[in-house]
Design a protein around this ligand. Structure first.
Ligand SMILES: NC(=O)c1ccc[n+]([C@@H]2O[C@H](COP(=O)([O-])OP(=O)(O)OC[C@H]3O[C@@H](n4cnc5c(N)ncnc54)[C@H](OP(=O)(O)O)[C@@H]3O)[C@@H](O)[C@H]2O)c1
Length: 234
């Protein structure tokens, strides 16, 4: 059977272009999305009618994630790569502490830190069946505590720091099943989240990341890395 990949947040930005790149490389992609009937996904489906399988997946809802795993299980006996890409970064994040609404942090933490855990938990039986399993959590340099120079963006930065810890815990736990788990900073990309001033094109980034992920085949690889595969300080 060909490579099978699950990607969350596949409607736009990096998630969409990772989906496209894996499809171009011949993989079957389960494209997780809150709304699977977006024009971009539907157009991609016309190009890859057999290998693109859109799957309804809301990462804050354990029932939705469980249902997604059940539906993916109807199509395949194993998943080789899980990419936890879905995330949010609210505009209110850029307020200084005095103006920040702390309650705004909760949904960000729910999506960015807990979403990936829900997905890994639900898809564990499928990923355990792969002979070369990888779980990639798309993180950010903004979750690195030792290099942090920012004074705000509490919600996003703290959510990615928590994601990094979750990734390390999963890496330790899943090593015994030969599953590689990574947290990857993709770089600053021109997406809805990254904005138009960002340095990187998301499709080119997706191509770089897919090559990087394909080349990593050891559970002893450094866990927190950038888009070149270099280690980032925790
Ligand atoms: N862009 C950058 O410069 C940058 C830098 C560092 C790290 N990152 C990370 O890279 C990843 C991709 O970012 P991006 O720039 O491509 O973001 P984006 O353009 O804002 O896209 C975010 C994706 O996440 C999905 N999503 C949001 N909440 C969700 C939920 N509750 N359940 C399921 N899907 C949900 C969105 O779906 P809807 O269409 O349904 O909203 C969308 O598909 C994220 O993890 C981000 O933190 C990005």
């Amino acid at each position: 059977m060909n490579k099978t990949v699950l990607i969350t947040g596949a409607t736009r930005g990096l998630g969409f272009f990772l989906t496209k790149k894996y499809l171009e490389d011949g993989a079957t992609v389960f494209a997780g999305a809150r709304d699977i009937s977006t024009p971009m996904l539907e157009e991609l489906k016309l190009e890859f009618p057999k290998t693109l399988v859109p799957i309804t997946l809301e990462v804050t809802d354990s029932s939705s994630v469980g249902e997604a795993a059940f539906n993916v299980g109807k199509h395949t006996a194993k998943i080789d790569v899980i990419i936890n890409n879905a995330a949010i970064h609210n505009n209110s994040s850029f307020e200084i502490l005095e103006n920040a609404d702390i309650e705004d942090c909760l949904p960000v933490y729910d999506v960015n830190s807990l979403g990936p855990l829900r997905v890994v938990k639900a898809f564990l039986p499928l990923i355990k069946k792969s002979a070369s399993a990888k779980i990639i959590n798309i993180s950010s340099e903004s979750g690195s505590i030792s290099t942090c120079r920012r004074e705000k963006e509490f919600d996003y930065c703290m959510s990615k720091a928590a994601l990094n810890m979750g990734t390390k815990l999963l890496s330790n736990y899943l090593k015994k099943y030969n599953i590689t788990v990574l947290a990857v900073h993709p770089g600053w990309m021109r997406t809805d989240m990254g904005g138009s001033n960002a340095h990187l094109d998301p499709y080119e980034t997706a191509c770089q990341l897919v090559a990087l992920f394909d080349g990593i085949n050891s559970t002893d690889h450094p866990v927190l890395i950038d888009n070149n595969g270099d280690s980032i300080p925790w």
